[in-house]
Design a protein around this ligand. Structure first.
Ligand SMILES: *Cc1c(COP(=O)(O)O)cnc(C)c1O
Length: 219
């Protein structure tokens, strides 16, 4: 199957759920093929890799989905429409500072470590509420969603994590709605090539799909 055929069938299947076309390790030409076939948002996980490929990309919305080191924040704020992978207060503060310097309001999602895995990035469940209170004070960020990567298990086993994430998202959405001007939770980004169908059933508004579009990645 070609990239064009894969995009067409994924988009048909998704309906109203938004597709983040994950383009890490994929070259500019094939990314453009995906955009021509109807992908409107791309997801990259390394600032430098994106930078090398950005020239010649067709117009599209750009989302950062990989862990962000503080020293990469300046460029990330220049390049990306949404940073989905904000996983600490420190990174959020740095984004705020860099966004202020270029007079931008940076849209961000909070990445949640839904499986409480020690090796994984993301806010721990118990950290989330106190940290949001701090992030809400930042003037140049706007929190519009949450993102998670569940533990590496089968799609059916992932279902309980997606369910838990959706419940948490709904609770925090209600808690923050009236309270903060710059927190407006709309998007729940969860589900990848192997488990996006389950994620959609459990309430994802956005799925991040790479290999089901471009084939297996070769590193
Ligand atoms: C690579 C990646 C994806 C896509 O993974 P596939 O299994 O290829 O669909 C989604 N989200 C993040 C954060 C990724 O790094």
């Amino acid at each position: 199957m070609s990239v064009t055929e894969n995009i067409t069938s994924v988009l048909n299947e998704l309906g109203n759920t938004k597709l983040i076309c994950v383009t890490k390790t994929v070259g500019t030409e094939r990314i453009n093929e995906a955009i021509k076939a109807g992908a409107t948002i791309i997801g990259e996980n390394r600032v430098q890799e994106f930078e090398e490929k950005a020239d010649g990309l067709l117009p599209c919305e750009k989302h950062m989905i990989g862990h962000l080191q503080t020293n990469k924040v300046k460029k990330a704020v220049e390049y990306f429409d949404v940073i989905q992978s904000v996983d600490s207060l420190k990174v959020a503060q740095e984004i705020d500072k860099r966004a202020e310097a270029i007079d931008k309001i940076q849209e961000i999602f909070l990445q949640v470590n839904i499986g409480n895995e020690p090796q994984k990035h993301g806010f721990k469940l118990e950290e989330l509420r106190p940290e949001i209170n701090e992030i809400a004070l930042l003037k140049n960020v706007r929190v519009t969603g949450m993102m998670c990567i569940p533990p590496y298990v089968s799609p059916e086993q992932a279902r309980s994590y997606f369910k838990e994430m959706k419940a948490l998202f709904d609770e925090i959405k209600i808690e923050t709605q009236e309270k903060f001007d710059n927190v407006d939770l709309k998007e729940l980004s969860m589900g990848m090539s192997g488990d996006y169908r389950v994620a959609i059933e459990e309430g994802a508004t956005m799925v991040r799909i790479g290999s089901a579009i471009f084939g297996d990645r070769k590193y």
